[in-house]
Structures are given as C-alpha cells and as structure tokens.
Design a protein around this ligand. Structure first.
Ligand code: HEC
Length: 145
C-alpha cells in the first residue's frame, strides 16, 4: 500500500514539467493577449545585434519568447525602444539603454548579471539562460537608436 502513496507526489511535477516544455517548444506566443500591443515601429529596434551575439544565432523559437518577455517584463519601465520611457520608467528612473557611452562601457556578461540579479531599483528576473542571452541581444539592438 505504501509504495503507491510514495509515487503520488511526483505526478504534478511531471505534468508541470511537460507543460513547461510544451510552452517552450511552441514558437508562438501561448496567449494572443500578449501580442495586442505590438506596433510596426517596434520592429525598428529589433534588428539582431549579430556582431555581439557570437556565432550561436537564435533563429526560431527562443526569439519569439525573448520578444514576449521584453514586452511583458521589461517594456513597462524601459519602453519599447529601451529609452526608459515605459509607463513606469520615470517612477523607477529606468535608464536609457540606447546610450552609446553606456553600451560601450558594459560587457554582455554584466548586462546578463543585472537582469538575473537585479540592479538598484530594477528587480531580478529568474529566466532561462537562453532568454537572458536573447534579452542581452535585444538590449544591444537599442544602441544609438
Ligand atoms: C520596475 C522597473 C524595471 C523593470 C520591469 C525592468 N527594469 Fe531594467 N532597469 C530599471 C532601473 C531603475 C535600472 C537602473 C538600475 C541602476 O543602475 O540603478 C535598470 C537597468 C537595466 C539595465 C542596465 C544594467 C546595468 O548593469 O547597467 C539593463 C540591461 C536592464 N535594466 C534590462 C532590463 C530587462 C532586460 C528587463 C526585463 C527582463 C528589465 N530591465 C526590467 C528598471 C526596470
């Protein structure tokens, strides 16, 4: 009788993991809601910062998730183009990520660390490495824009 009980708690975990995997495998946004504030001008900042990205390239799935993450988790402070002009930008004093001098003085690893650990009034974000890497590329794409 006991062994059956011991296996029980594993079930929700298995279900949780497989649905997370499904969500990641899907290269479209899981909910159409997140897409409604898309504007054609957003594409301007979207060019891949290929020179900073290394040879890995992220064609396909992760790019859509990165985009969704930026819009849902970052844009409220940093604004669509990274200028710190999102609705919450002034309140938190989110810096302008497009500034050339800031871009020149910071390494990719530092950008990733600030996203993962937080910095000043910016909260930390627990995101998969792939997404953090993509967000670094996104931040780089704002340079000089
Ligand atoms: C609640 C508002 C807020 C949100 C949401 C937010 N940030 Fe920030 N971010 C800030 C503020 C404020 C700073 C300036 C921090 C400082 O230098 O004290 C900052 C700084 C940064 C920096 C510069 C870090 C450095 O080391 O100089 C990067 C890069 C950045 N944010 C990226 C992001 C990304 C990517 C997201 C989404 C995952 C995000 N931010 C979400 C407020 C926010």
């Amino acid at each position: 009788m006991r062994p059956i009980h011991r296996f029980f708690p594993v079930l929700p975990i298995v279900i949780g993991v497989s649905s997370a995997a499904l969500a990641l495998a899907c290269d479209r946004a899981p909910s159409a809601d997140g897409l409604k504030d898309w504007a054609p001008t957003d594409h301007d900042g979207e060019k891949k910062a290929s020179s900073n990205q290394g040879p890995k390239g992220d064609a396909g799935g992760p790019a859509a998730l990165v985009e969704l993450t930026w819009r849902n988790q970052c844009q409220s402070c940093h604004g669509p183009g990274g200028h710190g002009d999102g609705p919450q930008g002034p309140m938190f004093k989110a810096q302008d990520l497009s500034r050339d001098d800031w871009q020149a003085g910071i390494k990719d690893e530092q950008i990733a660390a600030s996203i993962q650990n937080g910095k000043g009034r910016m909260p930390k974000f627990e995101l998969p490495d792939e997404i953090v890497k993509g967000l670094v590329g996104r931040v780089r794409s704002f340079r000089g824009k």
